[in-house]
Design a protein around this ligand. Structure first.
Ligand code: TMP
Ligand code: ASP
Length: 238
């Protein structure tokens, strides 16, 4: 596939234009960052495995009727995707309390609340991606109330589908982050990536962390944990 100019470079991915104005190629990089780029490293082979996991999850969701930007893998780290206007919100779904929510509200990591928690963060590196609510997002004209309703509906469906798949793979889906985009027709679809870089995944039996917290918390064997996730998902995806 012939790539044109780079449209955008983020911390973990690059986006290239293609000959088709409605398609981009998303390249998954080997870089890992945390705490808004304060901690950085190269993990050789990570791009390949995060791309493979993301592709597998997007194909699984597509089979269940969820529209995503993913079209096909064109190379190990390169995904052909629909070009969308990305909504600058990180939509986080929490089934188990961990990470920033555990810290901010003084809750022990691992507590399972009676309800699923949905958070919005404003994607603004210069502000450290602040937590915001629906009204803030509408006031800043990032999204409309109607679009938020669609986004929360999709988030709930995606969570149900992913919880089931990961459970079959022996993995607890603690929390995860999504980004959504608008198509030229104004439809909202799932964009960005879904991988151990953007999810918390714990082994159901042992509680072992198999996600980016291994990097954030210096637990080692990051790529190996990601590869284990891929192997387990491949075994149960059908
Ligand atoms: P948090 O506990 O730091 O708020 O993260 C919640 C989930 O969102 C966790 O699975 C990691 C993911 N996440 C990202 O993918 N990107 C980010 O920039 C942040 C802050 C979290
Ligand atoms: N991905 C974010 C960063 O690089 C934050 C994180 O995941 O910890 O800053």
């Amino acid at each position: 596939m012939e790539l044109k100019d780079m449209l955008y470079e983020g911390k973990a991915k690059q986006v290239f234009l293609t000959e088709n104005p409605n398609r981009v190629v998303v390249r998954y990089k080997d870089t890992a960052t945390a705490f808004n780029n304060i901690k950085k490293a190269t993990i050789v082979g990570k791009g390949k495995v995060t791309s493979a996991i993301s592709a597998l999850l997007y194909e699984y969701l597509a089979k269940a009727g969820i529209k995503t930007h993913f079209v096909e893998l064109v190379d190990e780290c390169d995904q052909l995707c629909r070009r969308v206007q990305v909504i600058p919100l990180e939509v986080v779904v929490r089934n188990t309390i961990a990470g920033s929510m555990a810290q901010r509200l003084g809750v022990e990591e691992g507590v399972e609340p009676q309800n699923v928690i949905y958070d919005l963060y404003y994607k603004r590196d210069d502000l450290d991606d602040p937590l915001m609510n629906d009204h803030h997002a509408v006031a800043l004209e990032l999204v409309s109330y109607e679009e938020l309703k669609v986004i929360y509906g999709l988030a709930e469906q995606i969570n149900t589908l992913l919880l089931e798949l990961f459970r079959r793979a022996g993995i607890r889906l603690v929390d995860f982050k999504m980004e959504f985009g608008r198509t030229p027709e104004g439809e909202i679809i799932l964009a960005d990536e879904l991988s151990p870089d953007t999810c918390r995944l714990w082994d159901i039996e042992t509680g072992e962390k198999l996600d980016k917290d291994r990097f954030r918390r210096d637990l080692g064997r990051v790529r190996e944990a990601y590869e284990l996730i891929l192997t387990r998902l491949q075994a149960v995806k059908n």
